[in-house]
Design a binder for this molecule. Structure first.
Ligand code: ZN
Length: 563
């Protein structure tokens, strides 16, 4: 396992979104962050302190795109120095420049300015703990020029690290048609630690969690010498959402393990309530200060777990954003609802907020929705309500939890019970066992009963991987290919692995004289070839190639005459 630090490239932190950005930093367990420091980027020194509080221990401070003169660099750095001085435990790296070729500066001028800065500013600042890096252009020839050695010297003699960017269309490893990967090789060849200060893949059709998984797979094979990667981007401009780092992605990226010696110890934020990977979204849900029950019990009196579901089907329940919208709607509903069970007394008891402590998203997100000390009204079964941890899985009807959801649910229960809050056999309940109701639906057999019997992990591992749906597609690590959209639905609904086998290619285009435009999108599987026929009406848009007929046609000598 590589020792690459993972974190966000903090682009711009809009005032109302900063706490949401911090939640993402915590969920991805970021150990590194890259921050743009020019005043126009709106990032303030106290937010650096927030990032450090949230676990970041390596910071890349990146100033102007093109103007890397000592004067400008000093102007830009001065207001960050108090934070730098207050945190000697942090590795501070000043990154000179940002895509200077894109910024349109003359590369030789840029090189001269950077050399001046690297020779003069470190001495002037008098802070030997500061490290210096140069950011490489996006173009191979200009990168060679920037790193050249001549009578003026060489930038490499003055820097502690190199920064480079890596973008891709579909995967970071495809290089996105640019020089990124060759520049990265060149950076690694310098022997200096390389920080990828921006990385991202363009493909906007890819579901977010899958995109994050591609990032992690690329990290597994990244060149030795890559010391850290900052994924683009946090607080991004809204007109360029393709690269926005979201909570769903952060949750996947948070599973990245760096080497133990580089790992910073888990902070309280990372193990909220002793539960792994809890994403704190308490602040994002509506509350009603006048609602009930408005009471709390000390954590040490808490015991057991009650599992819930929504009842009615949840629209797009395998989509994380849709599931979260459902949770928000539930909170509004619980605030508006009359919780007084006696219709004859005329009293109205409205709720103080969502009546579940934790909700589990379809990609396995563990959303903390309420303080666990809060007593919640829901299942009517006192005293369980006052003491139990209440967990919602946003699904209903005959909908089934995803594999990721079951894993996350089991992890939350494991972590909770292991703190002395009960046993699996006696203290895990479905709502219906405490009060007549159908809640928690399919989760009784999929989760509650096997969990109590101690067989839940066995059950989860027995579930074949193709049952786990990730938005509208799935990546198969077995063969390294992705099945998406209509092909995914067809594959999933018509027999899956048993019938078609694993994908052998991604979607590709092949010449087909019968197709509009003469080309046809196809995908090869172990036992079938899927063809996309947009000219047909559904459900005949995805058709199987008649493999037997084609093979016959190739082998049958009587078939050589076209007729
Ligand atoms: Zn319930």
């Amino acid at each position: 396992m590589s020792g690459i630090l993972v974190g966000p490239a903090v682009i711009r932190a809009g005032e109302p979104d900063w706490e949401a950005n911090r939640a993402i930093v915590r969920a991805m367990r970021a150990e590194i962050a890259r921050v743009r420091t020019p005043i126009g980027f709106g990032f303030r020194p106290e937010r650096l302190t927030d990032l450090i509080t949230d676990g970041v221990r390596t910071v890349l401070l990146c100033g102007e795109d093109g103007d890397v003169t000592p004067e400008r660099t000093w102007q830009d750095l001065a207001r960050w120095l108090p934070v730098i001085d207050a945190h000697p435990e942090v590795r501070w790296i000043i990154e000179l420049g940002n895509e200077p070729d894109i910024a349109g500066v003359d590369i030789w001028r840029h090189r001269y300015d950077a050399l001046q800065t690297l020779r003069r500013l470190p001495q002037a600042l008098g802070r030997p703990q500061l490290q210096w890096a140069v950011s490489l252009p996006c173009n191979l020839a200009q990168t060679r020029d920037l790193l050249a050695r001549d009578e003026h010297g060489c930038i490499l003699d003055h820097v502690d690290a190199i920064c480079a960017h890596v973008y891709g269309w579909y995967d970071l490893g495809d290089g996105g048609g640019g020089d990124w990967l060759r520049i990265l090789d060149l950076a690694v060849d310098t022997g200096r630690p390389v920080f990828i200060s921006e990385a991202g893949i363009d493909d906007r059709a890819t579901p977010r969690p899958e995109k994050a998984r591609r990032y992690l797979r690329w990290l597994e094979t990244a060149p030795a010498g890559v010391a850290g990667v900052c994924f683009w981007g946090l607080g991004i401009w809204e007109d360029n959402p393709t690269y926005e780092l979201t909570m769903e992605m952060a949750y996947v990226l948070g599973r990245w393990e760096t080497t133990p010696e580089q790992r910073t110890p888990p902070t309280e934020e990372r193990m909220l309530y002793g539960i792994r990977g809890l994403i704190d979204r308490r602040g994002e849900l509506p509350r009603n200060p006048n609602g009930g029950p408005g009471t709390r019990v000390p954590l040490n009196q808490k015991r057991g777990v009650v599992i819930h579901y929504n009842g009615p089907e949840v629209p797009n329940h395998t989509d994380s954003a849709a599931a979260w919208r459902q949770v928000v709607n539930d909170a509004h509903y619980h605030i508006a609802k009359d919780w007084d069970e006696d219709p004859t007394n005329g009293r109205v008891l409205s709720g103080d907020g969502l009546m579940y402590h934790i909700a589990i998203g379809p990609a396995g997100e563990k959303w903390l929705c309420r303080d666990i000390e809060s007593v919640l009204w829901h299942c009517g079964a006192w005293p369980h309500n006052a003491t139990a941890l209440s967990i919602l899985v946003p699904l209903g009807g005959d909908q089934r939890a995803t594999r990721e959801q079951l894993i996350a649910l089991a992890e939350v229960c494991d972590d909770w019970l292991h703190q002395g809050r009960g046993t699996a056999a006696r203290d895990v309940w479905g709502h219906q066992e405490l009060q007549p109701t159908s809640c928690p639906g399919t989760l009784m057999t999929d989760f509650v009963l096997p969990y109590r019997a101690g067989t839940i992990w066995e059950e989860i591992h027995k579930r074949t991987k193709e049952e786990a749906t990730v938005a509208d597609g799935r990546f198969f690590p077995e063969t390294g290919h992705y099945v998406g959209h209509g092909f995914w639905e067809f594959w999933r609904d018509n027999g899956g692995l048993m019938i078609f086998g694993y994908p052998l290619t991604d979607e590709i285009e092949e010449p087909d004289p019968k197709a509009p435009g003469g080309r046809r999108v196809v995908q090869y599987f172990e036992r079938a070839v899927f063809e996309y026929h947009p000219e047909n009406d559904p459900p005949y848009r995805v058709l199987l190639r008649r493999l037997g007929a084609e093979a016959l046609a190739r082998n049958d000598p009587t078939n050589r005459n076209p007729f």
